[in-house]
Design a protein around this ligand. Structure first.
Ligand code: GLU
Length: 303
C-alpha cells in the first residue's frame, strides 16, 4: 500500500516551519488515500530519543496522526550496511580522504546545473592504490563515496515543476562509519514503501542524487513535492534564535496548538488566522495546486 511520511531529525523541538511541512506531508498523504508513516532520523550526532518524543507529542497536539510504529534509523543499521555492501561489491564506491574544508574549496568550480549542498568534484575518484595507502598511512580515515554514473538528472516536482540538478559523488558512509543521510533516506523510503515524499525545498537539488541512487539499488522512484520553508523577518531560514518558534515557547505566550494550527493553515491559504479548525477540516480544503510558492515569513505574532 502506498504511503507518505514525515522524517524529522530529533535534535531539538520542531519549530513552526518544520511543523508546517509535517502538516503538508500529512495533507498530501491523507488527501490521496495514503498511509502516513513517521521516521526518526536519529543518526545525527546531536539526535536523541527524548527529543523525538517531544516532537511526536507536538505533532499529535496539532492533530497529525500516523500509521504503525515510529521507525528509528538507529535500529536499521544492518539494512544500511547491506545496501552499502551491495554498492561496494558492484564497484560503485570509492574511499575519499578529503576534509570538509578541502571539499568546500574544491567545489567552487563552475558547473551548468544547480549543485546540491556540499557537491564534490571527484578529487579522490581515481586515486591509485599507492596514493590511497599514503593517505591511510597519514592516519586519514576515509569516507565512502558513490561513484555516480550520471552527471545530472531531472525530475518533475509536484510543487516546483521540472527540476534538474547535478549528481555528484556524494558520501554514502561518513568517515566516522555512520551511514550518510543521502543513503539512508533512499533505503528507508524504499523499504518503508514510501511513494510520496513531501519535504522542505532546501532538499530540492539533492533529489536527483536520491533518484540516481534508487536506480542503482533497483528501487522505484517516489513522487516528490518540495515545499517552501519558514523564514524570519530578514528572509533567513527560521531558527531557534528567532524567539518563540516551538509549540512550547508559543504556548507560553498564549498561542496554544489550536491557535498555531490556524495560523499555519492561514499561511497555506486554507483558513483565516483566527478560524478554529481541525486537521480533518483542512483535509476538505486542501488543494496542492493552490499552495503558496514563497517562503512563509514567521514572526512571533505576540511580539
Ligand atoms: N531529517 C530531514 C530533515 O529534517 C528529513 C529530510 C527528508 O524528509 O528527506 O530535514
Amino acid at each position: 500500500m502506498s504511503a507518505g511520511r514525515y522524517a524529522p531529525s530529533p535534535t531539538g523541538d520542531l519549530h513552526v516551519g518544520n511543523l508546517r511541512t509535517a502538516m503538508l506531508a500529512w495533507l498530501y498523504a491523507r488527501s490521496t488515500g495514503r498511509r502516513f508513516l513517521m521516521r526518526m532520523e536519529d543518526l545525527d550526532d546531536n539526535a536523541c530519543r527524548e527529543l523525538g518524543t517531544g516532537q511526536l507529542a507536538d505533532l499529535a497536539a496539532l492533530g497529525i496522526d500516523w500509521d504503525g510504529d515510529v521507525v528509528y534509523q538507529s535500529e536499521r543499521l544492518d539494512r544500511y550496511d547491506h545496501h552499502i555492501d551491495r554498492m561496494v561489491q558492484a564497484e560503485l564506491t570509492y574511499p575519499c580522504y578529503c576534509s570538509r574544508r578541502e571539499v568546500r574549496e574544491a567545489a567552487s568550480a563552475p558547473h551548468g546545473d544547480p549543485m546540491p549542498d556540499g557537491a564534490y568534484p571527484g578529487t579522490c575518484r581515481s586515486l591509485s592504490a599507492d596514493q590511497r595507502r599514503a593517505r591511510e598511512d597519514a592516519g586519514r580515515a576515509p569516507a565512502l563515496r558513490l561513484r555516480a554514473q550520471v552527471d545530472a538528472m531531472d525530475f518533475v516536482d509536484d510543487q516546483c515543476g521540472l527540476t534538474r540538478a547535478a549528481v555528484d559523488d556524494f558520501v554514502i558512509r561518513r568517515r566516522d562509519g555512520v551511514p550518510a543521510y543521502n543513503l539512508v533516506v533512499v533505503v528507508d523510503d524504499a523499504e518503508m514503501g514510501i511513494d510520496q515524499v513531501v519535504r522542505g525545498d532546501d532538499l530540492l537539488h539533492s533529489t536527483p542524487r536520491h533518484l540516481h541512487l534508487a536506480d542503482l539499488l533497483g528501487f522505484d522512484h517516489a513522487s516528490y513535492a518540495h515545499v517552501p520553508l519558514a523564514v524570519n523577518a530578514e528572509g533567513v531560514r527560521l531558527a531557534k534564535r528567532d524567539g518563540a518558534v516551538t509549540l512550547t515557547e508559543l504556548a507560553e505566550k498564549g498561542l496554544d496548538a489550536n491557535r498555531m494550527r490556524s495560523l499555519m493553515a492561514a499561511s497555506l491559504g486554507l483558513a483565516g488566522p483566527d478560524e478554529p479548525l481541525t486537521m480533518a477540516d483542512l483535509l476538505g480544503r486542501f488543494d496542492p495546486r493552490r499552495l503558496p510558492r514563497d517562503p512563509w515569513v514567521f514572526t512571533d505574532p505576540n511580539r
